[in-house]
Write a protein of this length. Sequence first.
Length: 383
Amino acid sequence: MRAVLRALRHPERAYDSIVVAGTNGKGSTSATLSSILVESGYATGLYTSPHLVDIRERWMINGRKIEPDLLERSIEILRRGVARSGITPTYFEALTLIAFIAFREARCEVAVLEVGMGGRLDATNVVRPIAALITSIGLDHTEFLGRTPRKIAAEKAGIIHRGAIVLTSNTDSPVVDVIRRRAEKFGNRFVTVDGEHPTPLAGDFQRRNVALAVRAAEELRPILPRITPESIARGAAQTCWRGRLERIAIDGKAIWIDGFHNGHAAAAIAPFIEQNLPPPRLLVFGIMRDKHIEEVAKRLFPLFERIIATEPYPPRSAAAADLAALARGQGVEAIAEPDPARAFARALRSPQRSILIGGSLYLAGAAIDYFDSQREQSDHNHD
């Protein structure tokens, strides 16, 4: 990354950066902070992953997807830089480099960067951030990051550099200690955020993510003086983060779409399901095979009367037949329908009125795409 950035004349130094790492919640935290910065009058870039429907979602500028011509121009600049450096970046590295270039080209003043995996060795970890946020940490990607929360926290804390305000919403003391020690090593201000904040995003756990973003904005006011209590309130209230407990009403059914691909996320969403989805409930479920599938299944499957297992991203998805067998092993009625669109259609025909679609964010993306086009179709027919 550093060699390619040198060849590109360091686009990542053209604006202030804020990095957000963590196992769960970093996307909604990043989206909230970006929304606050836009409301405060800063030209703001937001880089997140994965995208749900359109790859342009990964690069948001002032709350809008990157324009196609700016994306093309940024790719062309990257291509020339890669040729000069003689290094071919990986897919994720290339997407990150495009973010750095596009935000410079768009004259952004601040960029909010969601860390990919871990932190210490992540492609985003080439910036000197003004703030480093670490959302809740659970066990995910253990084959790369380590098998204990403390080890994973040490990887995530790698995003902390001298001069960054460090904030975390973790409350687990071994995890907090690791992050605090890294912050103290550089003499950085360290803040633990243990509150909640009202948010338009559904789910209790989102209130903690929003509280982290809000506190970060408050802490950044000396550096970014256009942030005001009013712009913080407006920005938090206007945050939109698709596919994260997104609700769609169709044919008398309430459909919720979300990504909960590890045990930690499943545990966070379970109380929401119990409180907000009246039984009988149906789950359309698909997940990547490298995830802790048993852990997610144990937490969520018993909450549903019926499960339709599917495969959102065939080369990497767990087999629908295996997921259905796992559900039946827990005494839940289940069928396998590998094609996601067919799985959604079957869910709509089912007797259950409360439907949750999720597991992998790839499945959330497929669902948004499917129901958006259904909605467009019905609007078109009514015209």
